[in-house]
Ligand binder design. Structure first.
Ligand code: S3P
Length: 432
């Protein structure tokens, strides 16, 4: 795809439903008794992979794609059926890691795999705690990556053991995997992480009726909950909104209203960082005081300055670091991103891919072992960008193209399908 600078971005946009929350709505709805009705479900390829896997596990799911409505006919905690085929999670790490927790506790054998990227992503981080719980889980190629095989029927006593796990990484996928396995354990299971990652699992499972509690960086769950189907309205994805927040800030004379965005405090690091960089961002129409509040976000072009981003804020903006790196190119002074080594094991190695592509566009950027150092203020020019089929890389460079001289060519631009199928259409609407 070839993109070119167009001028200010102005108007209103509604980003699609939150990816993390959409996955969980299907998974927990499948394990609940009765019907779960979901509105504003993200029709991105990752969430469709989760639907496909649960259909393979015998769950009836209706997807009214055009309305974003999904109905899941849950069969209870022990209602999944063995699939005759290997499950396919596509590009979705959330699908593999969370489902593995659930499947380790079933009384049958399942295998799960995914695309080329998924088959390179680390699964040892879930296999280690699951094995501590007594799970029979193996990497079929012996490299701690997918394909994975879980055999719940070989677990002695037919139950996993509750554990307290201190996770070396702040990862909601690891935390959620263990908590979900904990529903099939013989006592309490808890997870402590180095800093708090997104807490959608804790919030939503509790709404479904699970006994789950959280204190600071520890979440604990009691086994054998009785989950009940419910209605779930998915907020807009702040990770998708981040591209238009950045565009509004860096393109002169822009003003964008982004409607109905989830602003859960474990996800709002992008707002905090932008404000610290000097951004003019207003939140309007804030709704919901519980765990998943939403707001309309108004963003206006702003003069930004560089900052250091490190420590506990990193998990709250982990998926936004590619677009924050673009912002940093337009900020005065230096931006240092630290404590973000996790970026190396996302859909692509996002530290290397951002450093390489932004250098090609003329930015002053250096990759470090756990982040990036960017000296802002150097004008960008168009280049040929290898997205590595990583949706967040493609969207970040589509925004960078709006400030670059000349043409930006994004290879495999269609990978935005993973989390934001209408992304280029929305960008075009705003830039007219
Ligand atoms: C997610 C957690 C994060 C995030 C991913 C979605 C989730 O991954 O990067 O896009 O839905 O739990 P990690 O848990 O590996 O940090």
């Amino acid at each position: 795809m070839i993109l070119q600078k167009k001028g200010p971005l102005r108007g209103q946009v509604t980003v699609p439903g939150d990816k993390s929350i959409s996955h969980r709505a299907v998974m927990f709805g499948a394990l609940a008794n009765g019907r779960t009705e979901v509105t504003n479900f993200l029709q991105g390829a990752d969430c469709l992979s989760t639907i496909r896997c649960f259909r393979q596990l015998g769950i009836e799911i209706l997807n009214h794609t055009e309305r974003g409505q999904v109905t899941i006919y849950g069969k209870g905690l022990h209602g999944l059926k063995q699939s005759g085929q290997i499950l396919d999670a596509g590009n979705s790490g959330t699908t593999v890691r969370l489902i593995s927790g659930i499947l380790s506790g079933q009384n049958f054998e399942t295998s799960i795999t995914g695309d080329e990227s998924i088959q390179k992503r680390p699964m040892g981080r879930i296999m280690t705690p699951l094995k501590m719980m007594g799970a029979d889980i193996a990497s079929l190629n012996g490299n701690d990556c997918a394909p994975l095989k879980m055999n719940g029927s070989s677990v002695k006593t037919n139950r996993l053991q509750g554990i307290h796990y201190t996770s070396p990484v702040a990862s909601a996928q690891v935390k959620s995997c263990i908590l979900l396995a904990g529903m099939y354990a013989d006592g309490e299971t808890s997870v402590t992480e180095p800093s708090l990652s997104r807490n959608h699992t804790e919030l939503m499972l509790s709404e479904f009726g699970a006994k789950i509690s959280s204190t600071e960086n520890t979440a604990s769950i009691q086994p054998e909950p009785s989950l009940t189907g419910r209605k779930i309205e998915i907020p807009g994805d702040i990770s998708s909104a981040a591209y238009f927040i950045a565009a509004g800030l860096i393109v002169p004379n822009s003003e964008i209203l982004i409607k109905n965005v989830g602003i859960n405090p474990t996800r709002d690091g992008i707002l905090r960082v932008c404000r610290e960089m000097g951004a003019n961002i207003a939140l309007e129409n804030i709704k919901g005081t519980g765990g998943e509040p939403t707001a309309d976000i108004v963003v206006r072009h702003s003069e930004l300055h560089g900052i250091e981003i490190s420590g506990g804020i990193i998990p709250t903006l982990i998926d936004e670091i590619p677009i924050i790196s673009i912002l940093a190119c337009f900020a005065k002074g230096q931006t240092i991103i630290k404590d973000a080594a996790e970026l190396k094991v996302k859909e692509s190695n996002r530290i290397d891919v951002m450093a390489k592509n932004l250098s090609l566009m003329g930015a002053d950027i250096t990759a470090t072992p756990d982040g990036l150092i960017i000296n802002g203020g150097k004008p960008l020019h168009g280049a040929s960008i290898e997205s590595k089929s990583d949706h967040r890389i493609a969207m970040s460079f589509a925004i960078a193209s709006q400030m670059a001289e000349g043409k930006t060519v994004i290879e495999d631009a269609e990978c935005v399908e993973i989390s934001y199928p209408e992304f280029y259409m929305d960008l075009k609407k705003l830039s007219q």
